[in-house]
Ligand binder design. Structure first.
Ligand code: FAD
Ligand code: SF4
Ligand code: SF4
Length: 937
């Protein structure tokens, strides 16, 4: 801690009620956002409420400390980074205070989808539609004046604002609404200061009236970045939200807002048309615009190529020959009108001739949503592109008058060709908003010149056509250096306004108003290892592999989602803490490798504490747009700690108890009563950390493996792919041999020859998740030795426990790094998926008897982690009278042994609460799931 940090902590103790972090690990989590940049903050503060924000701002003002407001940190411009105190509003400022007939009052950290979920219940919504609605916060959206595909018809965040609550640089807490005098909460001071500030603002606006009027770019649907001055001075008074929205935290910290809501659109139609060239798609736009669509998004060939890999549905939708596509949406007051709209769009597109084909159209709401999956799913996938040259978010926010879109696309393609750079292109055509991402190596301070030149030419072309930059994603670090040129004669007004609102330049300094024309080339996030000194890695991966894994995280923040359709990240959903988001471990490991944190801190207790927040459910790896293997980064960090400091005592005991499980089976009549005995459970909790509240499953008198007799225990003389080598794992073996037998019988029923290697041991996933890789490796070596030859001869290794399948497929290769482990991984199948595969090939015996039952099906995280197209549940429909509707209520909270531990009990209950509630519903007789841990919950 430096002197300023020590003082900050001491001074704010007992005054500031939220969390304040100055340790390097926490700070480093806030050193990056969704951009290419990295700045280590002085501290991180998570205020509890608006009063806390005011306290913090007053203190910062007295001590001249910069403040950088932050929501989810998803901005791609670097706007939420800075060297001062980062103020994380997403942690506690998440209350929705009031919902009226047509407005909602929400705090700054509320995410758009949280808000819209609540509003949806009364048939309303907040209209601006940024693509990352599930993560972006009200404060962040106000900060950059976010908008989306439907900006032309429903506007941007500014259009939704009724009033804004903010804290300005001296700590005054007040409310701004268009045409109304400022208001102050009860007991707030500083009113006269705000009145003076607004009088000074008025003077500047009056003095600059001519430049303000001259600055308006006719034809531009949305203003570019910088302060929006036109229209602030009105006969009725100041329209302060107009100035404040889009000010990127440089004029005040928003604490809450009252936002206008709209009725959910009732009748929506959409179509997807593909084109034989980008030019013909762009040329089609004006004809479609004549019909006033609510949205018309353009996707280029690169995005379509990605889309085809997402799903068979998208692949069928987009022929390989298509060079571009338009997704067009319109609304109507009646279904008849909606169909008329469809006719008109069809006609318009037919008139364009042969270069265009409508591939799909729909006037059904859910299907329209499915069509929107095209850009929503595909644009983030740009991040999945691996290799040295990746699509960079650096010149991605350009807007031109819509009628100039064709010319801009033409000019930009020429610029790219001349520079020998390829780029992806995605555009909201009705507003002329172009999101272009050039494919370039991650820039370093030394080679940013190419980026600057590209920006110079693209921005020049946009300005030349009456366009602007930074209209949707903010100026941040990547574009603030260009604001002086964009604003021209208006720039002194920007400076004057900044000086009025923030005389000490403490609020997000350097953003919008800066003297540094080359700001876009500074603060690039380092991607290369800081020194060749390599850690002794605990997983069997190379330093480059680990480095590339960490570097694949672009900070987009999608893993902070709370969308019910997604599963990542159960822990973040419960804690809503940046440290618990999957991007946390990715950032920390990268910082250890690239120098922001010393390399040896990878194994430090502090980092272990943060890595322990990840319980290895693997949902982020599956759902992250860049497919970042966060769980293995967290495992490596935990293992580094275990290698340096050893295992915690309770973990050591737990492992020993599991190793001795066979003995507990033999003593089952004695042990089982003890499992419900309070004193014994107290002792078990003290010794092995097993939560005493958790009901533990009784031990079987004989393990499944000891019940087995030949022929199951005899290695078949000939082995082929109809040989099922059953890997039973811990739970079925020790607690539920019936399950093991059921699996054997089902496999036999399907004509498979079943062999159960009698000397197999448990998979050891709980050891992997805890970072005890030495013990995990010993189990893996044992099991792989038993299985490798069988796998090599073509046998299928079958797991009834999804966690075991994940462990054999995904953990053993990284634990052992051997060819044997690779082959075992390759030949391992989860039982349900194996059988569903037979069914798909017509090789499945279906002479089932009726089972008149409805069960609620929960898909375990580790089953999802296997990414199998069809599973056991797909077979349930073949059983007469048996129903297994899917429960979509997230993770059970158990994650292998995680939920069994006393330290995690409360959290596991919190995570699994939704699922438990859903399971309790009267509509099903019982629950169904493949995972034994989920069953315990
Ligand atoms: C995958 C992806 C898709 C995106 N799609 C869109 C899109 O369709 N449309 C669009 O407009 N943008 C889009 N964006 C970028 C957009 O800038 C952000 O997603 C979003 O609006 C920022 O929200 P946030 O909560 O993450 O804010 P942050 O990134 O934390 O902050 C954004 C800016 O607002 C300021 N700010 C944050 N909170 C406050 C506050 N309380 N008071 C004052 N200032 C504050 C910050 O200082 C910063 O300058 C996308 C980004 C990603 C990664
Ligand atoms: S882990 Fe994935 S989803 Fe999360 S920030 Fe990184 S790239 Fe985005
Ligand atoms: S593996 Fe699961 S717990 Fe760990 S970061 Fe990913 S989603 Fe969160």
């Amino acid at each position: 801690m430096d002197v300023r940090q020590t003082r900050l902590v001491e001074d704010l103790a007992g005054v500031f009620r939220g969390e304040l972090f100055v340790d390097p690990w926490r700070r480093s989590l806030y050193a990056c956002d969704g951009s290419l940049y990295q700045i280590d903050p002085l501290a991180v503060a998570c205020p509890q409420d608006a009063d806390d924000v005011a306290t913090l701002v007053q203190y910062a003002s007295e001590h001249r400390l910069p403040l950088i407001p932050r929501g989810s940190g998803t901005t791609v411009s670097g706007g939420s980074l800075g060297a001062g105190i980062v103020v994380d509003c997403s942690r506690h400022l998440t209350r929705v205070a009031e919902i009226t007939e047509d407005t909602v009052r929400a705090e700054a950290g509320t995410t758009l989808s949280q808000l819209n979920r609540q509003l949806g219940a009364i048939g309303r919504y907040i209209a601006p539609d940024p693509a990352n609605a599930s993560t972006t916060t009200v404060g962040g959206m106000l900060g950059v004046d976010a908008a989306g595909s439907r900006a032309a018809s429903i506007g941007s965040m500014y259009d939704a604002v009724v009033s804004l609550e903010l804290v300005t640089a001296d700590g005054t807490h007040w409310e701004a609404a268009a045409g109304l005098p400022p208001t102050f909460p009860k007991g707030a001071s500083g009113g006269s200061h705000v009145v003076q500030m607004l009088a000074a603002l008025q003077d500047v606006l009056d003095q600059q009236a001519a430049s303000i009027a001259a600055s308006v770019r006719p034809g531009l649907v949305r203003a570019g970045g910088g302060y929006r001055l036109h229209g602030v001075r009105r006969p009725s008074g100041l329209d302060l939200p107009r100035l404040l929205v889009g000010s990127e935290g440089t004029l005040g910290l928003f604490t809450a807002a009252t936002l206008r809501t709209l009725p959910l659109p009732r009748e929506r139609g959409a179509l997807v048309a593909v084109f034989d060239s980008l030019e013909s798609a762009v040329r089609a736009v004006p004809a479609l615009m004549a019909e006033q669509p609510t949205a018309c998004d353009l996707l280029d060939r690169r995005l379509l190529n990605l889309a085809r890999d997402v799903s068979a549905e998208l692949s069928a939708l987009l022929p390989a020959s298509s060079a571009a596509a338009l997704i067009v949406e319109w609304t109507a007051l009646s279904h008849r009108e909606l169909l008329h709209g469809l006719e008109r769009y069809r006609r318009r597109l037919q008139e364009l001739g042969s270069g265009c084909e409508i591939r799909r159209e729909s006037v059904v709401d859910e299907e329209v949503d499915r069509l929107w999956d095209l850009p929503r799913q595909v644009v983030p996938l740009l991040q999945r592109i691996s290799g040295r040259e990746r699509p960079l978010p650096v010149v991605e926010d350009i807007i031109v008058p819509p009628e100039q879109l064709e010319e801009f696309v033409h000019r930009s393609q020429r610029i790219l060709q001349q520079s020998g750079i390829t780029a992806s292109l995605y555009a909201h055509a009705p507003v002329g908003q172009v999101h272009m991402r050039p494919f370039l190596p991650p820039p370093s301070p030394h080679d940013g010149g190419q980026l600057r030149l590209l920006a110079e030419e693209l921005y020049g072309a946009a300005w030349d056509l009456g366009g602007a930059i930074a209209s949707e994603h903010g100026a941040g670090l990547s574009r603030s250096g260009w604001m002086r040129r964009q604003a021209g004669p208006l720039y002194p007004a920007f400076q004057a306004i900044k000086a009025i609102f923030d005389p000490q330049n403490l609020l997000n300094p350097g953003k919008i108003v800066t003297d540094d024309a080359d700001l876009m080339l500074r603060h690039f996030r380092p991607m290369e290892p800081a020194s060749p000194a390599v850690l002794d890695l605990q997983l069997r991966w190379s330093p480059e592999q680990m480095q590339n894994t960490a570097a694949a995280c672009n900070g987009c923040g999608s893993c902070r989602t709370t969308q019910p359709q997604l599963r990542m990240c159960p822990v973040f959903r419960c804690l809503t803490d940046e440290a618990a988001s999957p991007r946390g471990p990715a950032n920390l490991v990268r910082h250890c490798l690239t120098g922001l944190l010393p390399a040896h801190t990878l194994g430090s207790p502090e980092l272990k504490r943060l890595a322990d927040l990840c319980f290895n459910c693997k949902q982020c790896h599956r759902e992250c747009p860049s497919s970042v293997d966060v769980p293995h980064l967290a495992i490596e960090a935990k293992a580094q700690h275990v290698a340096q400091f050893g295992l915690p005592r309770s973990q050591w005991w737990l492992n020993r108890l599991l190793d001795a499980a066979g003995s507990w089976n033999r003593l089952a009549p004695l042990v089982n009563p003890l499992l419900t005995h309070a004193t014994f459970r107290w002792w078990l909790e003290r010794i092995a950390g097993l939560a005493r509240q958790r009901r533990l499953p009784p031990f079987a008198r004989r393990t499944f493996l000891r019940q087995l007799r030949p022929p199951y225990t005899v290695r078949p003389a000939t082995v082929d792919e109809r040989t099922a080598v059953y890997f039973v794992d811990y739970f079925a073996n020790h607690h539920d041999p019936e399950l093991g037998w059921a699996c054997v019988r089902v496999l036999e029923k399907q004509g498979l020859k079943v062999f159960v290697p009698p000397r197999q041991k448990r998979c050891g996933m709980e050891l992997v998740s805890a970072g005890d890789l030495e013990a995990a490796r010993s189990l893996a070596e044992h099991n792989v030795r038993l299985l490798a030859d069988l796998a090599r001869e073509g046998a299928t290794i079958v797991c009834s426990e999804p966690t075991a399948a994940v462990c054999l497929q995904q953990e053993y290769p990284l634990l052992l790094g051997t060819e044997d482990a690779r082959i075992v991984a390759e030949r391992t199948r989860e039982a349900g998926a194996l059988l569903a595969g037979f069914e798909a090939r017509g090789e499945f015996a279906t002479d089932f008897t009726s089972v008149p039952l409805t069960v609620g099906y929960h898909e375990p995280c580790h089953l999802r982690a296997l990414g199998q197209p069809r599973t056991l549940r797909d077979l349930c429909g073949l059983i007469p009278d048996f129903r297994a509707p899917r429960i979509e209520a997230g993770c059970s909270g158990m994650a292998g042994g995680f939920g069994l531990e006393a330290a995690n009990y409360e959290r596991a209950q919190q995570i699994g609460e939704g699922l438990m509630r859903a399971m309790d519903a009267d509509v099903w007789t019982m629950g169904l799931t493949e995972c034994s841990s989920c069953r315990l919950q």
